[in-house]
Design a protein around this ligand. Structure first.
Ligand code: SF4
Length: 675
């Protein structure tokens, strides 16, 4: 296979917020892409043959703000019934565009494309049946396959062109064709190629009303795939709008965190023209989450300029710019002109190299720092809410998987002994006055740090923003192997500003560990969850950060849970079971919400195990990606169980399936009894 060489460009700018400009695609009365607002949408979960239930659910979604309504059309009869659904919706006064969701059935797609405003096809299964066969595709065989696809796909393209129907070509990680898998593997590049094969056919037929998506339940894979897609579109002179989503995100807080990490990281860089947050909840509940995510970008472009901060940077002739003489180039132009010097690879995960300071940095998982109100941790018992459970009888702490590593106390102290794994951070002036300094560490401002007469021999935390950085400080920290940066920001375009500091450190080969700190006030718990997961998750996905510190006025229990949830979603610190559950749709064979809750109840102590709960056998196995086990609906009240991609048991009655799954885990040596 030809080795791909790629520039790293995947967005307009890494420092200035700017929407990536795409072409405008019309779906009925809605325009997607270009300068249009980022559209929000969701998908029905009803049986498509149940016209009234589908119409009523669609109306609930529309009333909640859904600008497009997607409905599954698994076969011809459902595709035909879209006509009745559309008529009834229009009769009731709703003209929201309908999107038909198609898998495997070109015949259903060709009917739906004549009825609704947009069709969604999955190139991994539109003209291919997945067989998981491993054999080599010669170039000739590959070309023959592409010819076969052209033949099967072009009738739909011609219908869409004739009827003015838009099309989403939506790749899903885990449901790539054998052809793609054999040539590119189950990779972001494979996902991109899978879509582009179809796009090239559309372009050949003069059809351009295309929207693209690259969904995955793993936010890291998804973000890399979208970036690579933009990069490849640029190479091929394409500019199709992007539909963003994380598949099978799950429910509740975890689903919101996973979605924010995956979708937010792209929105921050100006990518995305429409989004769907897939939660295992009623579809109308997805819309407020979408809105909370996209509304942050309405005035984002007005952020404080990130270039204007005074770090000396290389000018194009290779000298250092003398900032004091007014010599500076904007960071934006530096990045655009010297693409190859960005030390972060946006398409592959690599953790930034840092040295180790007392279990922070290097190979250690990112640490979690909390700054609770002192009243929240008034006694040993109160630490239970953050996974430290004290037993007075045994005089022993039981430490849970979501136990934070540091607690910031400012200029206060607690009156009891903390567990040994929970270290205290004090403001420098206060820290100087305390007796026992071995298990507590000072937090310095830059001026305190530079003039400090006393420092810890283990960890010195230095709090700074981008504005504090200058050569004197950088030279000092470069030679202090006990220093850990606490990177804060006040910029509205915060992630980009913090990333810029990381880039500067990397370019100057300063391998100091960095704790990413974000401060929020006045947010409800849901906004805190969505915002912090977006802001911090995006950096973690790029391998940046040796710790996280969310400073907010929300309950410490929530902040702790969200912190660990972000690390789990970014796959940088695994503290719990990972659930990949589909949002459910008209194909679903059991109640997804009830089933997910039932499975969680018995397995949520299995740290690090990935369990997929998928509503149907048609798409479920393909879309559960890298899950360790799969619980998949194979018929009404029937379940098939998977280990990885292999089916282990078919046709088990629903009521017996969970016991059977646990039995399989026991045989695999994965199962542990709950504490
Ligand atoms: S896996 Fe779930 S959401 Fe996907 S098609 Fe099947 S039932 Fe629908």
């Amino acid at each position: 296979m030809e080795v791909q060489t790629l520039s790293k460009k995947y967005c307009n700018s890494l420092t200035k917020y700017s929407r990536y400009k795409t072409r405008v695609v019309k779906a009925g009365n809605i325009e997607i892409g270009g300068d249009n607002p980022i559209r929000v949408q969701s998908m029905t979960t009803t049986d498509t043959m149940d016209t009234i239930a589908t119409v009523e659910q669609s109306i609930r979604m529309i009333e909640a703000g859904s600008e497009l309504v997607r409905i599954t059309a698994p076969a011809v009869k459902e595709a035909k019934n879209l006509e009745n659904i559309k008529k009834e919706l229009r009769r009731r006064g709703y003209d929201t565009p309908i999107v038909a969701d198609i898998h495997f059935r070109p015949d259903a797609a060709e009917i739906a494309a004549r009825i609704v405003e947009k069709v969604r096809v999955n190139p991994g299964n539109y003209a291919d049946k997945k067989k998981f066969k491993v054999f080599s595709f010669t170039d000739e065989l590959y070309r023959e396959e592409l010819d076969r696809i052209y033949e099967q796909f072009s009738p739909l393209v011609k219908i869409c062109k004739e009827y003015g129907t838009a099309m989403r070509i939506g790749t899903n990680h885990g449901s790539l064709s054998d052809r793609i898998m054999n040539r590119y593997g189950d990779t972001p590049l494979g996902m991109v190629e899978s879509a582009l094969e179809f796009v090239r056919i559309c372009e050949d037929l003069g059809y351009h009303d295309i929207i693209l998506s690259m969904k995955a339940s793993n936010p890291q894979v998804k973000v890399q795939a979208y970036r690579l897609l933009v990069n490849k579109m640029e190479e091929e002179g394409m500019n199709y709008p992007l539909h963003l989503g994380v598949t099978e995100a799950g429910d509740g807080e975890d689903g919101r965190i996973k979605s924010s990490v995956g979708i937010g990281a792209l929105l921050e860089d100006g990518l995305g023209d429409t989004i769907r947050v897939s939660l295992t909840e009623e579809p109308e509940f997805e819309i407020p989450v979408c809105k909370r995510l996209v509304n942050r970008y309405v005035n984002r472009a007005e952020h404080k300029e990130i270039a204007d901060y005074g770090i000396w940077i290389a000018v194009p002739d290779g000298r250092q710019a003398d900032y004091n003489k007014g010599e500076r180039i904007t960071i934006q132009s530096e990045i655009e002109n010297q693409n190859s010097e960005i030390p972060i690879d946006p398409f592959t995960y690599t953790r930034r190299k840092t040295y180790e300071t007392d279990k922070i940095g290097n190979h250690h998982v990112p640490v979690v720092v909390l700054s609770p109100n002192i009243n929240e941790i008034g006694n040993a018992d109160s630490l239970k809410s953050i996974s430290y459970d004290y037993s007075p009888a045994l005089d022993k702490w039981n430490i849970g998987d979501m136990a934070p590593d540091f607690i910031y106390l400012g200029s206060n102290d607690v009156s009891y002994a903390l567990p040994g794994t929970l270290k205290k951070i004090f403001d420098y002036e206060y820290w100087k006055t305390i007796e026992s300094k071995s298990e507590s560490f000072p937090l310095f401002s830059p001026s305190e740090y530079l003039s400090a007469e006393r420092k810890s021999y283990r960890i010195n935390l230095l709090s700074l923003t981008i504005d504090d950085i200058n050569d004197e400080l950088l030279d000092t920290i470069k030679n202090d192997k006990f220093c850990v940066l606490v990177l804060t920001t006040n910029n509205k375009h915060a992630m980009a500003e913090q990333r810029r500091v990381f880039i500067e450190l990397m370019n100057k080969e300063i391998d100091i560990p960095v704790i990413i700190k974000r401060s929020y006030s006045g947010l409800d718990d849901e906004d805190l969850t969505l915002y912090s997961a977006t802001d911090i998750g995006g950096l973690l996905l790029d391998g940046l950060g040796d710790g996280i510190w969310i400073d907010a006025d929300n309950p410490v229990e929530v902040i702790n849970r969200v912190s660990f949830g972000i690390l789990q979603a970014a796959r940088t610190r695994i503290s719990k079971t990972d659930y990949i559950s589909c949002p459910s749709c008209g194909r679903t064979q059991f109640d997804l919400q009830v089933t997910t809750a039932m499975i969680k109840k018995r397995t949520d102590h299995l740290k690090g195990v990935k369990i997929a709960i998928m509503g149907c056998i048609v798409n479920g196995p393909g879309e559960m990606a890298d899950a360790d086990y799969g619980f998949v609906g194979s018929g009404p009240n029937w379940v098939s169980l998977y280990r990885g991609k292999d089916v282990i048991e078919r046709g088990i009655p629903y009521s017996e399936a969970l016991d059977k799954l646990i039995q399989i885990m026991k045989e695999d040596g994965i199962w542990v009894e709950p504490a």
